[in-house]
Design a protein around this ligand. Structure first.
Ligand code: SAM
Length: 190
């Protein structure tokens, strides 16, 4: 590996936001999962959480292989995922097309934050809504009721990135050096 490439990777990993994540609840179409993971990498998200039932696990897992720089953790239930996120003191925001949801631009993403996204046809589960601290929505004024889940994720994550950049959160390296080395090693850069 050239010194420039090594330096570039380290610079990317230096900006990883350990306290910003997404949780995909039974989002199972591989192209949607891949698009979201790709956006997560672009935003500097280090780890993506997923909840897949047995039927969807394999297909989702295949899609995950496309992004070597973003870690994934699968949970068996949304309850297990929420408990893991809360144990890290994250506020849990759930995307929900409801009357009570707040505009996604009115939320503070500089706090440790996990954002839940739902299944392509039915959205998030009632349990996910109950477990979350706040539901958020991207306002819709057209004929369609919802956006593609990967589009919704991109919009919300770039608002999070905007706020975090202003707050200087990309200026502080938070990824432990051992994790950085491990990622480089797994990618074939000893
Ligand atoms: N009928 C479903 C519902 O009521 O939630 C639509 C699901 S939508 C196609 C799939 C996922 O994309 C949602 O669960 C949510 O995560 C995200 N999404 C789509 N449009 C959104 C919007 N306007 N605001 C917030 N999230 C949205």
């Amino acid at each position: 590996m050239s010194p420039e490439r090594h330096q570039r990777i380290r610079e990317v990993l230096r900006q990883r936001q350990l306290d910003l994540t997404v949780c995909l609840e039974n989002v199972h179409k591989p192209h949607n999962v891949s698009a979201i993971v790709r956006t997560c990498d672009a935003i500097g998200i280090h780890r993506v959480h997923t909840v897949w039932d047995e039927r969807h696990k394999l297909r989702g897992g295949t899609a995950m292989g496309s992004q070597q720089w973003v870690r994934t953790t699968n949970h068996d239930t949304i309850g297990e995922a929420a408990a893991a996120l809360k144990a890290q003191d994250m506020q849990i925001l759930v995307t929900n097309l409801s009357q009570t949801a707040v505009d996604f631009r009115d939320v503070d993403y500089t706090r440790p934050t996990a954002i839940l996204f739902g299944q392509e046809r039915y959205g998030v589960s009632n349990e996910a809504v109950a477990l979350a601290d706040q539901d958020i929505v991207i306002p819709m004024v057209g004929m369609v009721q919802s956006l593609n889940v990967s589009v919704a994720a991109a919009l919300i994550l770039y608002e999070a990135q905007r706020q975090r950049q202003i707050a200087g959160l990309y200026d502080k390296a938070t990824l432990p050096d051992e994790e950085c080395q491990q990622l480089l090693f797994e990618a074939g850069y000893p």
